[in-house]
Each structure stands twice: as structure tokens, then as C-alpha cells.
Design a protein around this ligand. Sequence first.
Ligand SMILES: [Zn+2]
Length: 281
Amino acid sequence: MIPLRWRLLCGGACTHPEKVVLPTGKWKKRIFPSLFSLFEHPSYGLILFDTGYARRFIDETKRFPYRIYRMTTPVRVSEADSAVAQVEKLGYQASDIRYIILSHFHADHICGCLDFPSSTFICSQKAYQSVVGKTGLKAVQQGFIPNLLPENFASRVQFIEETQRIKVISPFNEGYDLFGDGSLIAVDLPGHAVGQIGVFFRTEQDQQIFLAADSCWLEEQYRRNSMPHALARLITDDQEAYRESLKKVHQLSVEHPEIEIIPSHCLDTWQRWKGNGEWRK
Ligand SMILES: [Zn+2]
């Protein structure tokens, strides 16, 4: 595994009743940050994993039916929260981002895509096919807002299914070697959304990390193998597949405590990792 320089970043947040995510929790609101990652690969340059929210989420959810999205998950996002603003703050330009890996197509993961007009996207074909061409209510039901994707997305995407399959760590059997050098290994995490993927990698500090996307929202969930409240089914694509994916992440945490698991929306995880590793251009 080629080590990567890595920085965990936060692209805005939303609030939601805790109980929906954790049935033993309370109905009070809890903050869910939208985490994304920046990598520097020795040969492939800068790579993002997801992009978080951006201000355009507010504009794109002014009207119905997209407003429903904003009503169910009230969002806090400033200009400075966007992925591009954070990349620039670290001393780079949008054009320095060569690849953007998308875990899935929910709006809180793809809001920044339009700010990187020269990046190549990497995602699962299944995920893309499940949203392409969908608008209005059909899109909202899948947490998708079509105007957030660049019009030329189809000509800029590489599907993981076309990359080399390799055997990976138990309880995952098979993964996708995204760059053919073992630096970033994607695995399927279906259930929350069609074709969702997570990614394994190793940092320069020799820490193994698993970016678990939305296979669980909180650390408590994968530690206890705890399914969300029945209400969350409204936004879950496939309940059984969700259960299977969550179980795998739980097993990973038990069998490989040395691997740090990062769900995309866990505030505790964010507080532990924010500002990780000095990043100088
Ligand atoms: Zn999601």
C-alpha cells in the first residue's frame, strides 16, 4: 500500500434528531458534519473523496420538490466551507484536483463537483446509473439534486467496475484497486444508497484508514452494530443491504482495531481528526 498524504476536511453540516440515527438516543437535534478527504498521491497528485456541501445547496433547494431535502435536513454551510475554498486555503487551485472519488450521489457528497471543472470523477457505475436522468420527486426520493452535477459528468467519469479487482481484508472479500498501485482500495457498501463505496488507504504516518461513507452515520453505530430508527428507512435504498454493509463495518472494527474507521457524518470522529497532520503545499 503506497502511503498517501491525507487531510480530513468538513464541508458544512446538517442537523437532525439524534433518535433517527440512534434509536436509543433522544429526539433532540444533533449536528452531523459533512466530511470529505483530500489526498496527495505521489504520482497522481491531488484527489478528493467526496466534496461535502457548498452554498449552491441553498440555491438549488429553494424550490419544491428539492426544498423537501432542505426541510428534512436543515443545512449550515458558508462559502468558506466549500471544498474548493478549503483547497484554495491550503494553497492550491481547483485545477490541481485531478480526481474526485464519489462515495454515492446524495447531495451532501456532491455539492462541490461543479467547482472542479477539470477533475476526473471516479464512482460506481451502479450508483451513477441509479440517478442519471432523474429529476423532481424521483430525484429527491434518492437524495439527489441533478443541478449539482456538471453537465459533462458522463464524459469525465471512470467507473470502478472497470478497475482491477483485488482480494481485500476480511470481512470484505473483494475490492477495486482504483489506481492499480494499492494506494486507494474501494469496496462496495450498498444499502444506504445504490452502489455506495468506501475506501481503504494508508497515511504517511502509517495509519490505516477506512472511509466508511454513509454505511453508518456515527461511531456508536458501527461499534454496536446498531441499525438506525425505522424512520431512516425513508432514505435507505435497501434495508437488508444496509444491515449487511453495517455488519461488515462492525466486524472490521472488531477484527482490525488498528484501522481507523471514518463515517462521513460523525462529529466525534471529526473532532478527533480535524487538523490532522500539518499540510504544507
Ligand atoms: Zn448519503
